[in-house]
Design a binder for this molecule. Structure first.
Ligand code: FPP
Length: 254
């Protein structure tokens, strides 16, 4: 792995906690507990690598539809994570943020989240963003509504709405565009995660279930990323192409 060519921003869809538990004969919620251990491991590894940003899909808007006990366990695990990692995040310069409809979280979780976000706000080494009660389409719709409101009130000229200003209205873009999007557990979907920020992300899918995902798996994903040729819609090396005029190309049938 070439440490000089690491992605700046990784986003992860942490999938497979339930299957991990069920495959071992455990209740699903135990899979989430093991999944929390993976979160700690991977946050640490990303920080050690010196990545700028890590965004984790911890709870989707749709996850509210899971059994109440499972939702409660996820909320408790989140709170536990925030409380247990708070000191290390401050010490290591990790700034914690959240994206999503945070007002839907139970008060006792939101209070801890707000406190840790505030306490880590000076962190400059890595931004850790937790997507909580998050949906990519919901985020885009919320931003569109806010922009429309500002335009309607005369505060904003509709002509000034462009790709950049729209992106600035999206909380997930605050950590910059996603370079590498990882999904565990073999599912080949983006599932409403950071849709705008990941527009040009390299996608990496692995069969590994999230509780089993470790540093070695992360390094494999990074090595795969480094094999990719990121062209952003352009071509690899235009300078090496023989110069041609449009007229000559048309004459030769392109
Ligand atoms: C998907 O697995 C995972 C989730 C819905 C929640 C992710 C939560 C954690 C990793 C732990 C808590 C988070 C933090 C930040 C401490 P799944 O249950 O959908 O798995 P399945 O597809 O195998 O059922």
């Amino acid at each position: 792995m070439d440490v000089a060519r690491l992605p700046r921003h990784i986003a992860i869809i942490m999938d497979g906690n339930g299957r991990w538990a069920q495959s071992q004969g455990f209740v699903r919620t135990l899979g989430h507990r093991e999944g929390s251990a993976s979160v700690r491991r991977i946050v640490r590894a990303c920080r050690r690598l010196g990545l700028g940003a890590l965004t984790l899909y911890a709870f989707s808007e749709q996850n509210w539809g899971r059994p109440q006990l499972e939702v409660d366990v996820l909320m408790e695990l989140l709170k536990e994570f925030l409380l247990s990692e708070r000191a290390e995040m401050i010490e290591r310069g990790i700034r914690l943020r959240s994206i999503g409809r945070i007002d839907r979280l139970p008060d006792h979780v939101r209070a801890v989240l707000d406190e840790v976000v505030e306490a880590t706000s000076g962190g400059e080494r890595m931004t850790l963003t937790l997507a909580l009660s998050y949906g990519g389409r919901e985020e885009i719709a919320d931003a569109a509504r806010e922009i429309a409101r500002r335009a309607a009130s005369g505060e904003l000229d509709p002509e000034d709405v462009d790709e950049r200003s729209f992106g600035d209205a999206l909380p997930s873009m605050e950590a910059g565009p996603v370079d590498l999007l990882i999904r565990t557990s073999g599912e080949l979907r983006v599932s409403n995660f950071v849709l705008w920020a990941a527009a040009y992300a390299e996608l990496y899918f692995t069969d590994r279930l999230w509780p089993d995902f470790d540093e070695r798996d992360l390094f494999e994903a990074l090595a795969a990323y480094q094999m990719r040729d990121r062209r952003f819609g352009r071509i690899a090396s235009p300078a090496k192409e023989a110069p041609a005029t449009l007229a000559a190309l048309l004459a030769s049938g392109l």
